[in-house]
Ligand binder design. Structure first.
Ligand code: ZN
Length: 418
């Protein structure tokens, strides 16, 4: 019923922009947050009990069309061997099979409290399903190819897809299109330049592994062998630059918004250029760090601390089920907390929500709990104990997301759809 104010009460409310509030009430009207009151839980229409209300999580990097690839999650698997298995999975799947995976994985992401997702997809394949789902989204059409002919095909495919998406569809669907040149090792530099002419947000896998750096610097190594074996290598290929960061900052490339997936091997000199203050025209560049995928391949320590300390934005992604055990950002937050307990609770929650919303230009509607923003919420069960810092109740437990609210409606858990 439009206009009706509904209120949710919970043991803790974490607005993210502001300190956690005990026994708090979130008032919702017309799908938006009307007010948040600490200490007023008793008057709630729905008392969520021993739980926490947080902004819906933002997954800044995933591939919903991919399915699990068996392997020991923490075994430091050879990443190139893993890539070969991902390619085999995608080539061995029908379009219907990939769409079925998108539908399954979307439902799983929403159940995990995700209310904004950045999905990278082959030829725009996930768009219709994502656009119809109760979630905000950026859908990046993947572009891939080193060889000239393959490059022409991927550019044609991507621009043809973009031309099918009308602006009014984006408003209704809460979804926007973007392009994703896959990675410097797999995608010719001119394709990056073409992507940047589209005037849409961009995403790329960058500075992901040492083999990528070796290929860009010396044109050889295991990555070249891998590309030759695939039939994807081009003898005439020249990188745009030996430095991965140049793929998002050289010339007109710096005029677009970029989500950098991974960025593990960015160099210290690159960090300050990631600061919002360094952007020439307000462009946004953010690193989407995927902690469990990072751990799976046994990479060097990720420089998230240094990037943040330089004023850059680091948000979180799950990457796909091919490398991570779930599509839950809360699972990523807890894994990161376990591996680096020195990261503060408020910073971790900000990386999981508001920083991702900023990176996807959605921070005016979502990413924190503030009057006027959409009621996009994740509700997390809490353990029955006291903690001096309430963040510990979320970070040091394994209680799951029990419900997800999108625009004031429960879309998973607590009687969703009724
Ligand atoms: Zn990825």
């Amino acid at each position: 019923m439009r206009g009706r104010v509904r209120s949710l009460g919970a043991r803790w409310v974490f607005p993210v922009e502001g300190p956690p509030l005990p026994d708090a009430l979130v008032l919702i009207a017309d799908g938006r947050i009307a007010e948040i009151r600490g200490g007023a839980r008793r008057s709630a229409d729905i008392d969520l009990g021993n739980s926490a209300v947080l902004p819906g999580f933002v997954n800044a990097h995933t591939h919903l069309e991919l399915s699990p690839i068996p392997g020991e999650p923490w075994s430091e698997e050879n990443e190139i061997a893993w890539l070969a298995r991902v390619i085999a999975q995608r080539r061995g799947s029908s379009v219907e099979g990939l769409r079925a995976a998108v539908a399954r994985n979307l439902a799983s992401a929403i159940s995990a409290g995700t209310t904004l997702v950045a999905d990278t997809t082959t030829a725009g394949l996930s768009w219709n399903l994502v656009a119809e789902a109760p979630i905000r989204a950026l859908v990046f059409c993947e572009m891939i190819g080193l060889r000239r002919q393959r490059g022409i095909e991927t550019v044609h495919e991507a621009f043809a897809w973009l031309s099918t998406i009308r602006p009014e569809m984006q408003v209704v669907a809460c979804a926007r299109p973007g392009l994703s040149p896959h990675a410097p090792y797999s995608t010719a530099g001119w394709i990056y330049d073409r992507a940047a002419t589209a005037g849409v947000p961009l995403s790329t896998h960058l500075a992901e592994m040492p083999e990528e750096l070796q290929l860009l610097r010396c044109h050889n190594g295991p990555m070249r062998q891998f590309l030759e074996d695939l039939g994807a290598w081009d003898d005439a290929w020249e990188p745009l630059s030996p430095r991965p960061a140049d793929y998002v900052r050289k010339g007109d490339l710096r005029r677009s918004d970029w989500i950098i997936a991974h960025g593990t091997y960015l160099e210290p000199d690159d960090f300050w250029q990631l600061r919002p203050a360094s952007a020439p025209n307000g462009q946004r560049v953010a690193v989407a760090f995927c902690p469990r995928t990072h751990a799976r391949f046994g990479h060097a320590r990720h420089p998230y601390r240094e990037i943040l300390a330089s004023g850059g934005i680091v948000c979180l992604g799950t990457d796909s089920l091919a490398s991570a055990p779930s599509l839950g950002i809360l699972d990523e937050v807890r894994a990161l907390h376990r591996s680096d307990p020195s990261l503060s609770g408020p910073l971790l929650l900000t990386m999981a929500t508001l920083f991702g919303a900023w990176a996807l230009r959605a921070e005016s509607v979502t990413g924190s709990l503030k009057p006027g923003k959409s009621a996009d919420l994740a509700i997390v069960g809490l353990p029955d104990r006291h903690a001096d810092d309430p963040h510990a109740l979320i970070l040091d437990s394994d209680f799951p997301v029990i419900a997800t609210m999108f625009e004031g409606q429960f879309v998973a858990g607590l009687g969703a759809g009724r």
